[in-house]
Ligand binder design. Structure first.
Ligand code: AMP
Ligand code: GLY
Length: 441
C-alpha cells in the first residue's frame, strides 16, 4: 500500500501505448475490473483506491491508501502521476459527485455525474425517469408521511414492496408478505429518517441483471447475468449483497435482450439526455422477468453489479480498457460489437460466518493459490494483506469464478476451487447456478 501523502513519481503517459488507470473501490467487483483491465498489454499500471488483498498481490497493480470520498487526494494523485483514466466502482462516491469533481479538473473518468447517479441514489427519481421514458416497471406511489402511506398500503393489500428513497446498502427494500409487515416497514423507514418512500406493486418472476455500458449516446449491454441474493440454499433466508452469480443467464435469450435494449436501455438513455444529463458509465437494469416473459425494471444502478461483474468479465474478449475509454471519449458507436468467449461462468461467493449479520474479521485464509488455476480465478472481496498473509476483512470475503464450455462443468470447477480454500467460519451456498442447468440454453 502506498502512503498517499508521500506522492509517487510515476512518469506521465506519453501516448496511448501505455495507459495508467486508477480504480476506486475495495470489493470483488473492483478486483474483477482490475483483473480485466490488466488483461490488456496497453495497461501498464493500475492503482486501486483503496483496493483489497487481491489487488495488492497483482503484478502491475498497487493499492493507494486514500478514502473513496477523498476526491481532492484522488484528483491530485491522478494529475501528478499521469493517470489516463479513473474508473469508479461503488455507488457512494458516484452519488457524492466524484465524477463531477474529476471532470472539472479535466481528469478522464468512467462513471456518471452526481445528477446521473440519482438513478440509483433516489428510487423516486429513478421511477420518474422510468415513467417519463415509458419503460415497463411495477406500479408505484411516493409518500412523505406515515399516515398517507399506511392508508395506501391498507387499500392496496399485501404482498407489497416498500422502498426507501436514498442509498441504503441493500437494506432499504422490504418485500412485505403481509399487511402488518408492510406497515411495520414504513414506520421503521420513516423513523430512520428516510424522508421519502416508494410503495410498489409486488411482482413474481425471475430476476435478471443487465449491465450496459454507455457513452451518453450509444448503449451496449454486456452478457445477461443472474445473481443469488439470499444467504441460504434454495433462495432462503436474509438478503445479502450477492452470494454468487452466473453468466450468460439462459433466461436472457437474444429475443429478450433485444426487447430490453429497445424498451428499457435506449428509452432510459434518451430520457436522461432530454433532462440534460450526459450519462457515461454503467447503466445496470435490475429486471423482473414476469411469468409471461415481460421484462420489468425493479431498479437501476449506476455502477457494475457485484458479484455479476466477477461472472461477466472473465468471459470478455474485447479489452475492457478499450470499452471504458470509448465510453469516456464518446466513441462507443464506432467500436465493433463486444466480443465474448464461447463459454459460461459461475462465481461462488465465500462469506464470513454470521454474514449478512455480525461477523469477525482477521481470519487467515489459505488455499487461494491452489484454487487459482486454469479456468478458475479467485477474486478477493473483503480481504487484506497483512504481513504477507491474506486475512478476511469483510462479510463477503472471496468470489471463485470458473469458466467452462457448459454450466455443469463451470459449476463443478468453481466448487472444486472453493473446496481448496479454508478459513475459520467460511460459508458458501451449495447451489450457485443450479438454476442455469434447468433452463434451456
Ligand atoms: P431493488 O433494490 O429495488 O432491486 O430491490 C431489492 C430486491 O427486492 C430485488 O432484487 C427483488 O428481489 C426485490 N424486489 C424489489 N422490487 C420488487 C417488486 N416490485 N416485486 C417483487 N420483488 C421486488
Ligand atoms: N448484485 C446486485 C448489485 O450489485 O446490486
Amino acid at each position: 500500500m502506498i502512503k498517499c501523502t508521500e506522492g509517487l513519481a510515476i512518469k506521465s503517459r506519453e501516448n496511448l501505448e501505455s495507459v495508467k488507470i486508477l480504480v476506486v473501490g475495495t470489493g470483488g467487483r473492483e478486483h474483477a475490473i482490475v483483473w480485466a483491465l490488466l488483461q490488456s498489454p496497453l495497461v501498464t499500471q493500475v492503482l486501486c483506491v483503496p483496493g483489497n488483498g487481491g489487488t495488492a498481490l497483482m503484478e502491475r497493480c498497487q493499492n493507494l491508501s486514500f478514502r473513496v470520498d477523498d476526491f481532492a487526494g484522488i484528483a491530485r494523485f491522478a494529475e501528478v502521476n499521469g493517470v489516463s483514466l479513473v474508473v469508479i466502482g461503488p455507488e457512494l462516491p458516484l452519488s457524492l459527485g466524484i465524477v463531477d469533481y474529476l471532470q472539472n479538473r479535466n481528469i478522464p473518468v468512467f462513471g456518471p455525474t452526481r445528477a446521473g447517479a440519482q438513478i440509483e441514489s433516489s428510487k423516486t427519481w429513478a421511477k420518474a425517469i422510468m415513467e417519463e421514458a415509458g419503460i415497463p416497471t411495477p406500479k408505484s406511489a411516493t409518500f412523505t408521511d406515515l399516515e398517507t402511506a399506511r392508508a395506501y398500503i391498507e387499500q392496496q393489500g399485501a404482498p407489497i414492496v416498500v422502498k426507501a428513497d436514498g442509498l441504503a446498502s441493500g437494506k432499504g427494500v422490504v418485500v412485505a408478505e403481509t399487511l402488518q409487515e408492510a406497515l411495520t416497514a414504513v414506520e421503521l423507514l420513516f423513523a430512520q429518517n428516510y424522508g421519502k418512500l416508494l410503495i410498489e406493486e409486488y411482482l413474481t418472476g425471475q430476476e435478471l441483471s443487465v449491465i450496459a455500458l454507455t457513452d451518453g449516446k450509444t448503449i451496449r449491454a454486456l452478457l445477461p447475468a443472474q445473481d443469488h441474493k439470499r444467504i441460504g440454499d434454495g433462495d432462503t433466508g436474509a438478503n445479502t449483497g450477492g452470494m454468487g452469480a452466473y453468466a450468460p443467464a439462459p433466461l436472457g435469450t437474444p429475443a429478450l435482450m433485444t426487447r430490453i435494449q429497445n424498451e428499457v436501455l435506449e428509452p432510459t438513455l434518451a430520457t436522461l439526455k432530454r433532462r440534460g444529463i450526459d450519462y457515461r458509465g454503467v447503466l445496470y437494469a435490475g429486471l423482473m422477468i414476469t411469468p409471461n416473459g415481460e421484462p420489468k425494471v425493479l431498479e437501476f444502478n449506476c455502477r457494475f453489479g457485484d458479484p455479476e461483474t466477477q461472472a461477466i468479465l472473465p468471459l470478455l474478449v474485447t479489452p475492457l480498457v478499450e470499452l471504458l475509454l470509448a465510453c469516456v471519449e464518446q466513441r462507443l458507436a464506432a467500436l465493433p460489437p463486444i466480443e465474448w468467449k464461447p463459454a459460461v461462468s459461475t462465481c461462488v461467493t465465500i462469506a464470513a460466518q454470521g454474514y449478512p449479520g455480525n461477523y469477525e474479521r482477521g481470519k487467515v485464509i489459505s488455499g487461494i493459490e491452489s484454487a487459482n488455476t486454469d479456468g478458475t480465478i479467485v477474486f478477493h472481496a473483503g480481504t487484506q494483506l497483512k504481513q504477507n498473509r491474506v486475512v478476511s476483512d469483510g462479510g463477503r470475503v472471496l468470489g471463485v469464478t470458473s469458466t467452462a464450455p457448459d454450466f455443469a462443468s463451470a459449476i463443478d470447477r468453481a466448487y472444486q476451487g472453493v473446496r481448496l480454500i479454508t478459513f475459520e467460519g467460511m460459508y458458501y451456498r451449495q447451489d450457485i447456478a443450479q438454476r442455469a442447468l434447468s433452463e434451456r440454453l
